[in-house]
Design a protein around this ligand. Structure first.
Ligand code: SF4
Ligand code: SF4
Length: 719
């Protein structure tokens, strides 16, 4: 008589081990104490790096940065700031520990230098990546020098490639990424930009990069012929007209009051009539300069400076008699949101400009494209009016008047908000994520309805070998999706430091695999990851299969001894978790017990001791199936613990399984079936061989017996 397990899944009552696991997780979380990260350097270290003309001032109290003044510009105040990223943006790296960089920016927000101080990224240690160690990381951060923090930053493996549509833009800073270290590199970029923005906002008056968004760009397609009068009306030309009487009011109550005798005699006459127009916008530029001159000016403006026509009429010109073309005019200054912009004469001899006839000055001024300027927002053009008191060694009394100028918004377009760095990582990998998502759906379907695929042993073998090859080549070597114990120890270190786990967002492939594995624990237990999705596990499967093919003798370890040895991986796991909590630096070295980085992440491109270790484990796997998985793997141990969350006994069993039938136990290459016939889910790699036997009338002994008995009974009955 056959005892069929009811169709559907059997619920599992929480085991004591499951409760233990929950308790362990709770303890781990409660153990995590908040640990503040602090910088490594003293003032003397900064002085060592920034010699004359720089002078390093005391570290600021309001923000951890050293102001750098210049002996060449004694009066100018700080010309740059140096700071450690770990003080401002301690973003955990892939390994869980924040990297630290010494960053320096000048007063315009340009990076002077980014220097690596400390890092523990697994991919940049132990002379990895072809023996280069952290050389590639140092080369990567060297690319920041000369870039401005207001530029959108794009990372591409091939800088010429433009997957996000940003690289073709002149304002975009495209950095060459590092193959096999894409997650770490994105975290580096986020760290550098976040730390620099903090300082720029606090000390340079820069608007919050996130709050302000990118600057507007001129719409080259917008052009309407307009007259000068129209431009004055619609705001394309800004104007400030002051009479002598109005200027007198500006000086009222100061030493400069009542010094202008001519002005007092002609109070209604014009003192200054100031004009400004933003020339980069074609409608304004072509109207002011004329078509040919506009085209020639823009062609010469190859570095995309912001250009204004600035002119004056009246008694007070915008340039003094001793003005030197090509320099800033001491009478003019420009600011935006309180940030000073270096406004410089362009030394362009423009002729026949549209404008009032009575101008005393009409010149082109410009601001560097790298400056933190948004041309669609108001700029303040500040005119300094000087009055002199006394005839011998007169005292100069300056007063400022301001013309606020905003060109019409219709001339500009705002580029879309640059997506956060982590989202760029997801966008960059949309194809890989789609392939991964489809393969996980396929795996879910197979595991939810394993009968069809398992019934035919050839079909099952083809599917399993095909999927494992996909796991090894695509997930592992190509998509760099090997999950690792480093992700668990890194999470412990990150939580211990009181930092969030947001850095996991930078590695979408791993994050999807982690999420899928956690969900799979509940339905199928540990084996879904270890049996199907672990690239090193797949590599061991192939080595094991090859060994059978070439008839390499198998080691025989008595089952009782093997079971005891399997406890070794829990011991390894406990050591690594303890080290992550108590000895983080040594823990990184201990994590090398995992050969994943050598065999999968770096594809055996590593120094020979690591290659020899990984190869030795694979050779051991040739003699004893899945040697590393069964006796050593700390991640496998963690998976087995996670598998305790399983709620269903989904592999069907019969009453005869184990008593007396041992057929499935014999086919299980992983020793995951007890002599009693029960499945030991923590050792099951979900090869589905036992599912095939269970449903196969030619292989399942109880079915065969039943069939034979039925035939005999029928024959006896006939007789
Ligand atoms: S036991 Fe370790 S190596 Fe083996 S499949 Fe699982 S995670 Fe991979
Ligand atoms: S044969 Fe063993 S490893 Fe394979 S599914 Fe069955 S119990 Fe799991």
């Amino acid at each position: 008589m056959l005892h069929r397990i009811p169709v559907g899944l059997n619920r599992v009552t929480p085991s004591p081990a499951g409760r233990l696991l929950s308790l362990a997780i709770a303890m781990l979380i409660s153990l995590t104490s908040h640990l503040a990260w602090a910088g490594d350097l003293k003032k003397a270290d900064i002085e060592h790096r920034f010699g004359p003309p720089y002078q390093v001032q005391e570290k600021l109290s309001e923000i951890p940065a050293w102001p750098l003044t210049s002996s060449l510009e004694q009066e100018a105040g700080p010309v740059a700031y140096a700071f450690e990223s770990i003080d401002l943006a301690p973003l955990p790296g892939f390994e869980g520990t924040p990297m630290n960089f010494l960053i320096s920016i000048d007063h315009k927000g340009n990076f002077i230098n980014v220097e690596l101080l400390r890092q523990r990224e697994p991919v940049f240690t132990f002379r990895d990546l072809g023996g280069l160690g952290d050389t590639l990381l140092r080369e990567f951060i060297a690319q920041y020098a000369g870039r401005n923090i207001h530029q959108p930053f794009l990372i591409a493996l091939d800088a010429a490639r433009n997957r996000t549509g940003l690289a073709g833009n002149s304002g975009v800073a495209t950095l060459d990424g590092i193959s096999k270290a894409t997650t770490s590199v994105r975290i580096v970029n986020q760290t550098v930009l976040a730390a620099a923005s903090e300082v720029a906002r606090a000390k340079l008056g820069f608007a919050d990069r996130k709050k302000r968004g990118p600057s507007a760009r001129v719409r080259p397609d917008v052009y309407d012929p307009v007259s000068f009068a129209d431009m004055l009306d619609n705001g394309m030309v800004g104007r400030l007209r002051l009479t002598n009487a109005e200027v007198e009011k500006v000086f009222a109550g100061t030493e400069g009051a009542n010094l202008d005798e001519y002005g007092a005699a002609h109070p209604d006459d014009v003192f200054v009539d100031l004009y400004i127009a933003y020339l980069n916008a074609p409608t304004i530029g072509r109207a002011i300069l004329g078509d040919a001159q506009y085209q020639a000016t823009m062609e010469r403006n190859f570095d995309k400076r912001h250009l204004w026509w600035i002119a004056s009429a009246g008694r007070y010109p915008i340039i003094a008699d001793d003005f030197i073309p090509g320099t800033p005019s001491p009478r003019l200054a420009m600011t935006q949101n309180g940030t000073f912009l270096e406004l410089r004469d362009q030394d362009v001899e423009a002729k026949n400009l549209t404008g009032p006839a009575n101008l005393n000055t009409s010149r082109l001024f410009g601001v560097n494209a790298e400056a933190s300027l948004d041309p669609a927002r108001a700029v303040e053009l500040v005119l300094t009016i000087n009055r002199a008191k006394g005839s011998i060694l007169p005292t100069l009394i300056p007063k400022q008047v301001t013309l606020s100028y905003v060109p019409p918004a219709s001339l500009f377009a705002y580029p879309p908000e640059p997506p956060p760095e982590w989202l760029l990582a997801w966008k960059d990998r949309w194809l890989d994520l789609t392939v991964l998502g489809l393969s996980l759906i396929l795996l879910c379907v197979v595991l939810a309805r394993p009968r069809w695929i398992a019934m035919d042993s050839r079909r099952l073998r083809l599917f399993r070998v095909g999927f494992l090859a996909y796991t090894l080549f695509y997930i592992g070597w190509y998509a760099q999706g090997q999950l690792s114990i480093v992700q668990i120890t890194g999470a412990i270190k990150t939580l211990k430091a009181g930092l969030g786990l947001s850095s996991y967002l930078y590695d979408p492939i791993s994050l999807i695999l982690i999420a899928f594995t956690l969900i799979s624990f509940v339905f199928w237990g540990r084996g879904t990851f270890c049996g199907w999705l672990c690239p090193f596990g797949a590599l061991q499967e192939f080595v094991g299969r090859l060994a059978r093919r070439v008839r390499i003798p198998r080691w025989r370890i008595p089952l009782a001894v093997a079971r005891r040895l399997e406890g070794g991986r829990y011991l390894v796991l406990a050591i690594l978790l303890g080290a992550a909590l108590l000895l983080p630096t040594q823990g990184e070295t201990l994590n090398e017990v995992e050969p994943f980085k050598t065999a999968i992440t770096l594809g055996f491109e590593r120094s020979w001791p690591f290659i020899a270790y990984a190869a030795a484990l694979l050779v051991a796997g040739a003699f004893y199936y899945k040697f590393f998985c069964r006796f050593l793997c700390p991640l496998g141990a963690a998976m087995s613990l996670g598998g305790r969350l399983r709620r269903f006994d989904w592999l069907s069993r019969r009453a005869e399984c184990g008593q007396p039938c041992q057929r499935c136990k014999a086919v299980c290459a992983y020793d995951a079936i007890e002599p009693s016939g029960e499945i030991r889910y923590e050792g099951c790699f979900q090869c589905l061989d036992c599912v095939g036997v269970y449903h196969d009338e030619q292989r399942c002994v109880p079915i065969m017996l039943y069939r034979n008995k039925g035939k005999r009974l029928a024959a006896e009955h006939k007789g």
